[in-house]
Design a protein around this ligand. Structure first.
Ligand code: NDP
Length: 299
């Protein structure tokens, strides 16, 4: 694992690091842990940003960690690990004598209020309505650089990232494997999603295309519901998906404020990514789930 770590330490960071390495980039990771290719956050503050082509903000405490209770302290952790890290990167860029060409910062589709009727594109105005939208607005705000910095900025509002070795699928793999996976009630809620390779590719696309700037919804073009995901995943795993998970159980286990990520959803359209001509490797949920169900992957 250590030898294969060629980028960020997280789920998306590892995929991006691997992709960028293949393309010949040298990747330096900013982390809480020291390491051969790591800079720790304090070091970033006192030594400044090393000369770089691009900076990507991908840090964040795992919000759906089932072992962590949804306490005020944990919420603060979830908040600070996104807003403070992103703001440290923005400050380091603003202060750097040699600026990167581009700053790509991740955010989430939780900026749009869950709805069974609304359709969201990047043109939809955002406003704080709940914890997740407040967080995403503050997170995107922390990434803002002054125009005089002259650095191109891209914000990717990611949907749920699907991949065998992280995020939601990693948590669902075993229950589905043992045939006890099922839809989350009511099942009709939208599930904005993107396959891990595609979010990494979208970050690379944002780095390399000078015309790309502003907000991009980091979701696949196929709009699906929770029930659609469950059947595609169960089919890919050759398992049934009969036992629905009741909303109250998730509210109880996760606290309703964060259980919302699973029990409610948004219909999000990647309008700008498509306009820019971004090509998805996994545009449909069946191909993404088939890849997720494989026991072994490239990383
Ligand atoms: P991971 O859970 O894999 O974590 C990413 C990295 O964040 C970790 O490797 C860790 O780096 C750092 N981190 C974790 N906790 C803290 C903390 N308390 N303080 C500072 N840094 C911390 O995340 P993903 O790769 O899945 O996601 C990356 C970003 O994208 C996150 O901000 C996430 O919110 C966002 N996102 C992810 C989605 C998904 O489905 N995965 C969907 C939408 C947005 P280290 O240990 O090196 O310090």
């Amino acid at each position: 694992e250590q030898g294969r770590r060629r980028g960020g330490t997280g789920f998306i960071g590892r995929a991006l690091g691997t992709l960028l390495h293949k393309k010949g980039y040298q990747v330096i990771n900013i982390s809480r842990m020291p390491g051969p290719m790591n800079i720790v956050w304090d070091e970033l503050e006192y030594r400044g940003l090393p000369p770089s082509t691009a900076v990507v903000s991908l840090a964040g405490q795992n919000i759906l960690d089932p072992k962590r209770r949804w306490t005020p302290g944990f919420k603060q952790n979830v908040w600070n690990s996104r807003v403070n890290t992103t703001s440290s990167l923005a400050k380091a860029i603003a202060k750097a004598p040699e600026k990167p060409k581009v700053f790509v910062s991740i955010s989430g589709v939780g900026i749009y209020p869950p709805s069974s009727t609304a359709e969201y594109t990047e043109d939809t105005p955002t406003q704080p309505t709940d914890f997740l939208s407040e967080l995403a607005i503050a997170w995107e705000g922390a990434a803002k650089l002054p125009p005089e910095a002259g650095v191109r900025q891209v914000i990717l509002r990611s949907g749920v990232v699907l991949g065998r070795f992280g995020g939601m699928v990693q948590q669902l793999y075993l229950p589905f494997f043992f045939g006890v996976g099922g839809p989350i009630s009511p099942g009709t809620q939208y599930l904005p999603w993107i396959y891990i390779d595609d979010i990494a590719k979208m970050i690379q696309f944002s780095i390399e295309n000078e015309k790309v700037s502003g907000v991009l919804n980091g979701v696949a073009p196929q709009v699906i519901t929770n029930k659609d995901f469950t059947s595609a995943f169960a089919k890919a795993m050759w398992r049934p998906a009969l036992i629905p998970v009741p909303k109250f159980a998730l509210d109880l286990a996760f606290g309703s404020e964060r259980a919302k990520i699973m029990t409610e959803g948004q219909k999000v359209i990647p309008k700008r990514a498509l306009e820019y001509g971004f090509k998805y490797d996994y545009p449909d949920i069946d191909s993404a789930c088939r890849k997720c169900a494989r026991l072994f992957d490239d990383f």
